[in-house]
Design a protein around this ligand. Structure first.
Ligand SMILES: NC(=O)c1ccc[n+]([C@@H]2O[C@H](COP(=O)([O-])OP(=O)(O)OC[C@H]3O[C@@H](n4cnc5c(N)ncnc54)[C@H](OP(=O)(O)O)[C@@H]3O)[C@@H](O)[C@H]2O)c1
Length: 373
């Protein structure tokens, strides 16, 4: 299948023709296989050692003792943080990737802090996304995951605005992720502006390429690098890179190290090889399908190990799985359009899995993916 055919399908998806789970699985599987088949592998140039892992521009720093300049810089930073969000934490970048379970945060290699538990918006309509995002923010979530291809960025933006208008949170307290779809890789600059406009935001905390696409993902990533320079994006990363060589191909050909890799990850597919591989870059793993994905969750919920640990803690299987993600060092973004589920999924900071329980859950890994792409 040619890329133009993918574009047609994507338009149909965006238009809301595909609503049911099976069709979504089919479409995404189809697109993924077609993308991989249509593209060749390109080679990168730089070595890992040559790379700068920081996306921090320190060109405005002043010398010690220059009070006037220091004041000016402070003022500029205050203004900048009002208009473009929290400034990166440069001192602590050495701790990138270490999960703070007390505060529910992780420091990215970009210098920005990111919440480790969020709301996912895959398969939510515009109005469902608006409600889910609003409920999540009201319940204490501060991380939101959407994508251009989900067709609900406007709804996400409205949910955020509702929460801000009600004084639940400020823009700076929220971490918004969206993804650039493969059809848009040829004009990444326009894709970024379009997402900003649909979300109705001045900046996006994290943008990731939705899938590996060797024919032009480097070009798309470079557009995101330019947007970091321009202050439109804070951090950038990748999604659906399942081979270390493929991840390195992108990394070696670009300048800013990916802050995050978002791959299908759950107790039956623990992404161990990729997690170990990306750790050398200070890149963190984020789990999509953290509960197995729509239509598959019951398989995990009914797993004897998971359900028995849940009973021991007086928690649900979903909560045990989510707690496992966090203790294992995976950012989790469970998707839901159900108000009660959204609340339940955030109640995972009041208990802890023992080492033995973590080992029993780790032993469930079967390298089994639920998605067909
Ligand atoms: N990068 C990618 O290619 C990619 C691919 C897929 C997903 N994602 C992202 O990852 C997020 C998570 O994946 P996902 O939403 O597909 O799958 P998921 O989070 O593993 O599972 C979502 C399913 O779990 C149910 N659920 C949620 N909480 C529950 C609870 N406490 N008890 C019982 N059922 C519960 C939801 O139903 P209810 O609505 O009824 O709660 C829904 O059917 C997505 O929303 C999206 O943001 C990214």
């Amino acid at each position: 299948m040619q890329l133009s055919e993918q574009a047609n399908i994507s338009c149909m998806v965006k238009g809301g023709i595909f609503d049911d789970a099976k069709t979504w699985d089919f479409v995404f599987g189809f697109l993924m296989i077609a993308s991989l088949g249509a593209c060749g592998i390109s080679q990168g140039a730089e070595s890992v050692e040559e790379r700068d892992t920081l996306a921090v521009d320190d060109s405005t720093l002043t010398e010690e003792g220059d009070d006037a300049d220091a004041e000016a810089v402070q003022e500029a930073e205050e203004v900048s943080s009002e208009t473009t969000g929290t400034a990166p934490n440069e001192q602590a970048v050495g701790d990138a990737g270490v999960f703070d379970l007390e505060n529910g945060m992780v420091l990215l290699n970009s210098g920005y802090e990111m919440p480790i538990l969020g709301i996912g918006c895959f398969r939510l309509s515009q109005s469902q996304a608006e409600d889910s995002v609003y409920w999540a923010l009201r319940d204490g979530y501060r991380l939101i995951d959407t994508a251009r291809i989900y067709g609900n960025e406007e709804g996400v933006g409205r949910g955020i605005q509702r929460a801000i208008d009600e004084g639940i949170c400020t823009r700076e307290e929220i971490f918004v992720t969206t993804k650039m779809w493969t059809d848009d890789f040829g004009d990444g600059d326009a894709a970024i502006d379009a997402s900003l406009s649909r979300l109705d935001l001045e900046y996006i905390d994290l943008m990731i390429l939705h899938h590996s696409q060797p024919s032009n993902d480097v070009e798309a990533y470079q557009a995101m690098e330019r947007a970091v320079e321009a202050g439109k994006l804070k951090s950038i990363g990748l999604s659906n890179y399942y081979e270390p060589e493929d991840f390195d191909r992108l990394v070696d050909a670009t300048t800013i190290t990916p802050a995050l890799l978002q791959n299908e990850t759950h107790p039956y597919h623990q992404s161990t090889v990729m997690k170990e591989h990306i750790a050398q870059y200070g890149t963190v793993m984020e789990s999509w399908f953290p509960l197995g994905g729509r239509g598959n969750t019951q398989v995990l919920f009914d797993d004897e190990t998971i359900s028995s640990i849940a009973t021991e803690h007086g928690k649900t299987s979903a909560q045990v799985i989510l707690r496992w993600h966090l203790q294992a060092g995976n950012i989790a973004i469970p998707g839901s359009s159900n108000e009660a589920h959204i609340q339940e999924n955030f109640e995972v900071f009041d208990f802890e899995l023992t080492e033995d329980e973590m080992q029993r859950l780790t032993a469930l890994d079967k390298d089994q993916r639920f998605a067909g792409y």
